[in-house]
Design a protein around this ligand. Structure first.
Ligand code: UDX
Length: 433
């Protein structure tokens, strides 16, 4: 017998949680104040690009285990309500909790007294403890249960998680049991903790991944200087069980809606607590530096000199999304590089299989729906997102499109085999080339 679950927010985290919990056998009602979105979802239309999500939404609707509404009073009967609301970054790097605060005001008059409120989307350390006061209901039971969902793998990550973290105060053991029980079907290990540790675990995981990536990117820079190969170096590192092979691919910098935001927020938390987390600060700095390095390489590709002028040059960009498998442009390193190219008076034409021109109105670049058009008359091609399909482009045809056959491959997606028979020069990342 499943639980009656409410989900506040039908964004990426909320919708994935709602659809997956319904799939796991719970009865879920998902509330969002965007009436148009609710209507679409009720009709089974999902606008987020996420594998299996539309199928699970339609399955939940068809089996009457999943419903959508703009009316928060629908949460009255729920035993557990997950808060999946946006906590965007304020200009000073702290999380903006105004949406959460507003929702808590609404919920305080609706929720039944024994309902467990769960913070699911990422919130600053200490939020679970502050929520009863924020909502004006001192008796409210709040449990922290952070999500660790990757875009493009969110459903899989929800249904087959590495771990479930449930943070509750000792007297709220029953509430923690109720939250842990939501995931019983997944068979995942459950880590019980206090709320602050659960909240910090999310920031710690993302900041650690950011540090790992900045380490690899700087190591790639070093490889170029000393004539070593980053692929070999990271393969050797990854064969050490203590390090592991994941998250060791160099690139133009790390981005997305979480890693940069959470890393900056962790720094602010550390600062406020009087802790100098220099390692995390340097990881962020190294990430900005990574964009500058890509620019140097593009200059070298176009002019032959790392400080040559790009003014008047034409650059064909392949990939705009922050990673493959998504059309998300938030904090995309590809967008950062495209902006810098424009600032240096280059003309940029970009192609991304998941990004239409309408998604980039203020970017100052031309976005086309054909990679060969992006390459037309280009002085250099730059690969910024690791879409696997770029490997199987017709590279001999691309060579006939460009002005100068040179590729800056920031993701090391291509190898010499792909380019066999063409006259392209390939400038990889962290290789002696
Ligand atoms: C991340 C976390 O992985 C997830 O657990 C969290 O809950 C949300 O944030 P996501 O934002 O979907 O997920 O992106 P992720 O797959 O982690 O990639 C982040 C960035 O790192 C991307 O820009 C990606 O291209 C880059 N990356 C990743 C690399 O450059 N090299 C790698 O080896 C892996």
């Amino acid at each position: 017998m499943g639980s009656r679950v409410g989900v506040m927010g039908a964004g990426y985290v909320g919708l994935t949680s709602a659809a997956c919990l319904a799939h796991l056998g719970h009865h879920v009602v998902c509330v969002d104040n965007d009436v148009a979105k609710v209507e679409q979802l009720c009709a089974g239309t999902v606008s987020i690009v996420e594998p299996r999500l539309p199928e699970l939404v339609r399955e939940g609707l068809a089996e009457h285990r999943l419903g959508f509404t703009a009316d928060p009073t629908a949460l009255r009967e729920c035993e557990v309500v997950l808060l999946c609301l946006p906590t965007p970054m304020s200009p000073d790097g702290t999380a903006d909790l105004s949406v959460l605060e507003q929702a808590l005001h609404t919920l305080s008059t609706i929720l039944s007294p024994d309902c467990v409120l769960v913070t699911k989307s990422t919130v600053p350390v200490g939020t679970a403890a502050r929520i009863p006061a924020m909502s004006g209901s001192a008796g409210l039971t709040v449990v922290s249960n952070p999500e660790f969902l990757r875009e493009g793998h969110a459903v899989e990550d929800f249904l087959r998680p590495d771990r479930i973290v449930v943070g509750a105060e000792p007297p709220d053991r029953d509430a923690a049991d109720r939250v842990a029980a939501l995931y019983a079907e997944t068979g995942a290990p459950v880590l019980r903790s206090d709320p602050a540790s659960a909240e910090l675990a999310k920031y710690a995981s993302n900041a650690f991944l950011a540090v790992k990536l900045s380490f690899v990117n700087t190591m790639a820079e070093l490889c170029e200087q000393v004539g070593a190969d980053i692929g070999t170096v990271t393969t050797a590192m990854g064969m050490d069980d203590r390090i592991g092979p994941a998250f060791l691919a160099p690139g133009p910098g790390w981005g997305g809606s979480c890693l940069p935001k959470d890393t900056r927020a962790l720094l602010r938390t550390a600062e406020a607590a009087g802790v100098d987390f220099a390692l995390v600060r340097d990881a962020l700095r190294a990430n900005d530096h990574q964009h500058a390095l890509v620019m140097r390489k593009i200059r070298r590709a176009v002019t032959g000199a790392v400080d040559g002028s790009l003014s008047g040059s034409r650059i064909g960009v392949l990939g705009l999304a922050f990673k493959a498998g998504t059309g998300d442009l938030r904090e995309s390193p590809a967008v950062a590089v495209a902006r810098q190219l424009c600032r240096h008076d280059a003309t940029v034409t970009a192609y991304d299989p998941c990004v239409p021109e309408s998604d980039c109105p203020d970017l100052g670049i031309r976005v086309v729906d054909d990679p060969y058009l992006a390459a037309k008359d280009a002085d250099a091609l730059v690969i910024l997102t690791e879409w696997p399909e770029f490997r199987s482009l017709d590279w001999p045809k691309l060579e006939t499109c460009v002005d100068q056959p040179v590729i800056v491959d920031t993701r090391n997606l291509l190898d010499d085999r792909v380019l066999t028979g063409t006259g392209f020069t390939l400038l990889g990342t962290g290789t002696a080339r």
